[in-house]
Design a protein around this ligand. Structure first.
Ligand code: 5AD
Ligand code: FES
Length: 341
């Protein structure tokens, strides 16, 4: 167990290579050398929210909006499964066209391809989360973004930090593997705040931690902000690995958007998961959360091949299983458990 002070000290270390190396050793010891691949489908960029940092925020009139049909989405998942992906991640803005019935039909159809299903579609009701789980969804990704509530409410107008926290607890309670995480380099975010974020993720007992740098988007109110650095993102991820030794940690796409070797650096600093994009055609270009996103001109097979070569080049192997979090599940304090009304 690390204390907040110790985490802050690690985050501001003046021997960054030593910190990253230590995280790499913990990764090797606790989750081994396999890198688990998840095929990411960005199926709709229509969103009801207005997060100040996000390129697909509702108020961005420059975003070219799209929404895949159910058939298109299922077909994309089938092709990804044929390519060997054992996990399909379905991500979108908070697009309510995909109601309970439609989502359940999609999940049931994709489940037939013998894949683990991860959803990343934002805040929904308890009944929805339950229905999706019963339909076959295995995992859920939703970043808390920051645990500084004031900052959260400034960045996410009309949203509630407490509600998001509740959603994460519901998802966990329903038996999903829970992925959450944060952005680093947000305006006004301190190292102390990031340390608090990591302790929060540990406390709620996440199974996967996604950590990425904030990258300012030209069509958002935060366009003139500094943004996060790769160095801070790597250090934060490394400390997360040291804190929660056996969880899954992806080398995030945003890291590679800041540096051509971003994901490889992450895989050598605690990460053990990569989520190659399997979205087809022009859609991936339109799913622009931040500028400079990688792989917008590639197609699914190109990304699968590219990442396979990169992983092998650093002496690691591609995981053949579903790549779930197999470690002992952290015990959630009783007071944090979601209690259905
Ligand atoms: N820069 C980096 N990451 C971003 N996200 C959204 N907007 C940005 C941005 N401008 C991240 C959020 C969200 C995830 C899907 O993408 O953390 O949860
Ligand atoms: Fe898409 Fe390398 S992962 S081109």
């Amino acid at each position: 167990m690390l204390k907040k002070e110790e985490i802050i000290n690690l985050l501001q270390t003046d021997d960054e290579p030593a910190l990253l190396k230590r995280a790499d050793e913990v990764r090797h010891q606790y989750v081994g050398d396999e890198v688990h691949l998840r095929g990411l489908i960005e199926f709709s960029n229509i969103c009801r929210n207005n997060c100040l940092y996000c390129g697909i925020r509702k108020a961005n009139k420059n975003a070219h909006r799209y929404r895949m049909s159910e058939e298109e989405l299922i077909d994309t998942a089938r092709k990804a499964s044929d390519m060997g992906f054992k996990t399909i991640v379905m991500q979108s803005g908070e697009d309510m066209y995909y109601n309970t019935l439609r989502m359940c039909h999609i999940i049931e159809s994709i489940k037939k391809f013998d894949v683990a299903i991860t959803l990343s579609i934002g805040e929904r009701s308890y009944d929805d989360y339950k229905a999706f789980k019963n339909a076959g969804a295995d995992r859920y990704l939703m970043r808390i973004e920051t645990t500084d509530k004031d900052l959260y409410h400034k960045l996410n107008p009309n949203m509630s930090w407490d509600k998001r926290h509740e959603c994460l607890l519901m998802i966990k309670e329903l038996g999903y593997e829970l992925g959450s995480g944060i952005m680093v380099g947000l305006p006004e975010q301190s190292l102390e705040s990031i340390a608090g974020d990591l302790l929060y993720l540990q406390k709620i007992g996440i199974d996967m931690a996604g950590i990425g740098p904030f990258i300012p988007h030209q069509d958002t109110p935060l366009k003139n902000e500094q943004g996060g650095t790769l160095s801070l993102a790597l250090r934060t991820m490394a400390v997360m690995r040291i804190l929660m030794k056996d969880i899954n940690i992806p080398a995030t796409t945003a890291m590679e958007s800041l540096h051509p070797k971003g994901r490889i650096m992450a895989l050598q600093a605690g990460a053990n998961v990569v989520m190659p994009n399997v979205t087809e055609g022009e859609y991936r270009k339109f799913y622009e959360l931040y500028p400079g996103k990688i792989c917008v001109n590639e197609q699914p097979l190109q990304c699968r091949t590219c990442i396979g070569i990169k992983i092998q080049s650093i002496g690691r192997k591609i995981g053949l299983g579903y790549g779930g979090h197999n470690g002992k599940l952290p015990i959630m304090p009783q007071e944090n458990r979601y209690k259905p009304l």
